[in-house]
Ligand binder design. Structure first.
Ligand code: IPD
Ligand code: CA
Ligand code: CA
Length: 256
């Protein structure tokens, strides 16, 4: 695991540094939907990551946002968001990251999230704890929802789908201290693990948004569930995560 972690950490740093450098240069933007975009930088980051994984671990599977899945039957599978927070990135808003997770027989065993703006490298291994630049992480100790700082996000189909999180947001925003929509789900989860947020929820996430971040949260002592309070899996698009202490209070607002 140490060797894999060193590899994944280096990879996330390299890709993140490339993104930070590229942000100051020309970056072509393409639209996948009316507000869902992908930039040249997303693709460059992905290519850098996938090339190195394929060279070092050719037998491993890969699930990455901007490419077709590879070696789907493999025991080990990398799950990658080469640029989480792409809208922020395209606007020069400095909240974005690279997220890389490794799944073994369907279980996420390693996660790294790198924020090049702050040089924050979040790492976690299953049963090995979560760390920020080598310092052990612990979720917050806030037990009162009304004093909690939460994070959430809205899906790219917000304009055309009623299932767009606005009702949940309206219900929650009057019950908490504040809610941030910072724009990078993986980094939101890393911030929750670091105690910077007390809770997080979102509806239509993909495995590459959540794989590394959810491991980070549970390894820092937090709780992750689906929207009904049941067991969350990588393929559950809706997710509620918290420091554990406010989980039931969040669930009761979301249920109402
Ligand atoms: C998005 C971000 C955003 C979340 C969206 C994601 P992308 O990922 O994580 O915060 O609200 O649901 O799709 O497109 O920037 O990789
Ligand atoms: Ca993402
Ligand atoms: Ca992305």
């Amino acid at each position: 695991m140490t060797e894999l972690m060193e590899f994944a950490g280096n990879l996330a740093r390299q890709a993140g540094k490339m993104l930070a450098d590229k942000q100051t240069k020309q970056n072509r933007v393409y639209y996948k939907g009316s507000i869902d975009l992908v930039t040249e930088a997303d693709k460059m980051s992905e290519e850098l990551i996938l090339t190195q994984i394929s060279q070092r671990y050719p037998e491993h599977g890969i699930l990455s946002e901007e490419s077709a899945a590879k070696n789907e039957q493999a025991i080990m599978r990398w799950i990658i968001d080469p640029l989480d927070g792409t809208t922020n990135y395209a606007h020069g808003f400095p909240f974005f990251c690279v997220s890389i997770a490794l799944e073994q027989e369907g279980k996420v065993v390693l996660g790294v999230i790198y924020d090049p703006t702050r040089d924050d490298l979040f790492t976690a291994t299953l049963a090995g704890g979560a760390y920020l630049n080598g310092k052990k992480l612990q979720v917050s100790s806030q037990s009162d929802l009304s004093r909690s700082l939460l994070a959430t996000g809205f899906p790219y189909d917000i304009r055309v789908s009623a299932d767009n999180n606005l009702d949940f947001f309206n219900a929650m925003v009057v019950r908490v201290q504040a809610i941030r929509r910072a724009g990078a789900a993986a980094l939101d989860l890393a911030y929750l693990a670091a105690g910077r947020f007390d809770g997080f929820w979102e509806l239509k996430l993909k495995p590459w948004d959540t794989a590394a971040g959810c491991l980070m949260v549970t390894e820092a002592g937090g709780v992750v569930s689906d929207l009904t309070g049941g067991k969350w899996s990588l393929h559950s698009p809706a997710l509620v995560a918290s420091n554990g202490l406010i989980h039931e209070q969040m669930m009761s607002v979301l249920r109402s």
